[in-house]
Design a protein around this ligand. Structure first.
Ligand SMILES: C[S@@+](CC[C@H](N)C(=O)[O-])C[C@H]1O[C@@H](n2cnc3c(N)ncnc32)[C@H](O)[C@@H]1O
Length: 493
């Protein structure tokens, strides 16, 4: 083969390679463009406009923002546009960020605009924003602007859902079952009569109740003849559901710290024909001193209400960092008392359900994680709920017990119900000498039967009387004469 021929062969081979390489390159470019387009669509961007070289988004300068403030805040449409644009940039920062601008500048801008546009204080806007991806956060804030469906729960102590539906349809009410997951819920679309004043309502055939509020009761799953504690119960939506599931048997202690709120609680209990409920008014942290040994405990805890902003928009501005700290502390104290009020030897139960109508991690996963650390005889179990997102097992650098994936989160923008959290715990008998990482104080439940000491109990001064009471019990059990008990923590009205 002469050298010319060799050259032309080589050329052919190289030419072929180049062609193949170029085709591969084209495919790669097309694929990347497709991925970018998808990413942008996910980020709410305008892929075509950008590909056409249109609309480049520039963050306002500090001076422009100052000017805007002077004019009484930004124009609504402008803010809307900026939120969308910032979301698009944050969705694909490399591609859409303006030169020299950092991610934190876009984040700062979008948070500033979100708090202005939706009317949140800066602290809460950021706290809620951090729970989601940028796009999802916007969906969440949007969903909080829209009321949730009106729903009712059939009181099976008085009627059947089919009969109730028929009675309401006869009054012109437009309704439908809520979903497969509940056989007692109805969604009301339209009603020519006030749904809280029909003869069926007054006769206790149903409760006006948010769908999310069914969930903790379903998760607790009480059965007839059990002893159940509803630790924070007014106005009684869940108490009356527990009563119906127990078919008016056994006993439910419906506790509510706020005496004024026990009125609506009692009224609902009467209206719904619940005969197995005792109403009491203690600080939940006094249990199990007041009474313990329950088969199941529901702690529908006092919370910030970040899941029900569409119902109570005051949450947007009246919650501070301190509120979340105090609430989380109270919730941690309450959950330990709820756990200690359970009889670990219960033949049918031995469960605690913890729920809140809040979506923040401090009030949910952090509380459960704390309880698991303080009470090694407790484990997370499946809630049995058919839907809901898994709880966080880690969040912003905090690592929780991996079993926190068994907890469930519900969101307005995903499930079209109030933001809600549900966790189910199984309380087991304590092994002797079980230790935790905290202080060595006796725990209340099971002291006499198991004689176990060295368990972590409570961690505030308010808990001292409870601990002293446990010690009294122990001395009594050993046959010592014990002086009468001094009054402890008075119930708060
Ligand atoms: C989320 S609401 C309960 C709603 C109720 N479970 C229902 O379904 O109708 C929380 C309740 O806890 C009460 N509460 C606040 N602090 C408490 C405490 N330390 N002990 C007991 N109840 C408390 C509040 O007054 C409020 O009524």
């Amino acid at each position: 083969m002469d050298s010319d021929a060799e050259d032309s062969d080589e050329e052919k081979i190289t030419g072929k390679n180049i062609e193949a390489k170029s085709r591969a390159l084209d495919r790669k470019v097309a694929l990347e463009a497709e991925i970018d387009k998808e990413e942008m669509q996910r980020a709410g961007g305008h892929a075509d406009e950008e590909d056409d070289g249109l609309v480049m988004f520039d963050l306002p300068t500090a001076e422009e923002r100052e000017e805007e403030k002077k004019k009484g805040g930004p124009d609504v449409q402008e803010v809307q546009r900026r939120i969308q644009e910032c979301a698009r940039v944050l969705g694909d920062f490399k591609r859409y960020a303006a030169k020299g601008r950092s991610r934190s500048e876009y984040l700062e801008q979008i948070l500033y605009d979100i708090s202005n546009y939706y009317g949140y204080n800066d602290f809460l806007a950021e706290k809620l924003f951090q729970l989601f991806s940028v796009d999802e956060a916007i969906e969440f804030f949007e969903a909080n602007e829209v009321p949730r469906p009106v729903t009712i729960r059939t009181n099976t102590l008085r009627t059947r859902r089919r009969d109730l539906a028929q009675a309401l349809i006869n009054r012109g009410v437009n309704l439908e079952p809520i979903g497969k997951w509940t056989n007692v819920g109805l969604q009301i679309f339209e009603s020519p009569v006030p749904i809280g004043a029909t003869p069926e309502y007054l006769g206790g055939q149903y409760m006006l109740q948010a769908a999310s509020s069914f969930l903790p009761v379903i998760a607790l799953g009480p059965v007839p003849n059990e002893r159940v504690l509803d630790m924070a119960s007014a106005p009684g939506g869940k108490t009356t559901y527990l009563s119906a599931l127990m078919q008016n048997t056994g006993i439910i202690f419906a506790n509510e710290i706020n005496k004024a709120r026990t009125k609506s609680l009692t009224a609902n209990i009467h209206r719904m024909g619940c005969k197995n409920v005792v109403v009491c008014s203690y600080d939940g942290r006094e249990f199990p001193k007041v009474i313990g040994g329950f088969d199941r405990v529901l702690l529908d805890a006092p919370c910030s209400g970040t899941g029900v902003i569409s119902k109570d928009s005051s949450v947007k501005i009246n919650k501070s960092e301190r509120d979340f700290m105090l609430l989380s502390h109270l919730q941690k104290q309450l959950i330990l008392c709820a756990i200690d009020s359970v009889d670990p030897a219960s033949a049918t139960g031995g469960y605690v359900v913890y729920s809140t109508c809040s979506v923040t991690v401090d009030e949910n996963e952090a509380v459960i994680d704390y309880a698991l650390r303080k009470r090694p005889n407790v484990k997370l179990v499946d809630t049995g709920l058919e839907f809901g997102r898994e709880g966080f097992t880690s969040y912003r650098g905090k690592i929780f017990d991996p079993k926190l994936n068994l907890t469930r989160r519900f969101y307005p923008h995903v499930h079209n119900m109030d933001g809600f959290f549900v966790a189910k715990l199984k309380v087991e008998k304590r092994k002797k000498q079980q230790k935790t990482a905290g202080k060595d104080e006796p725990m209340l439940n099971g002291i006499e039967e198991e004689g176990a000491e060295g368990e972590v109990g409570f961690d505030s001064d308010e808990d001292k009387p409870i601990i002293q009471d446990a010690k009294r019990k122990q001395l009594k059990a050993k046959g010592y004469r014990v002086p009468p008990r001094k009054p402890v923590v008075a119930p708060v009205a």
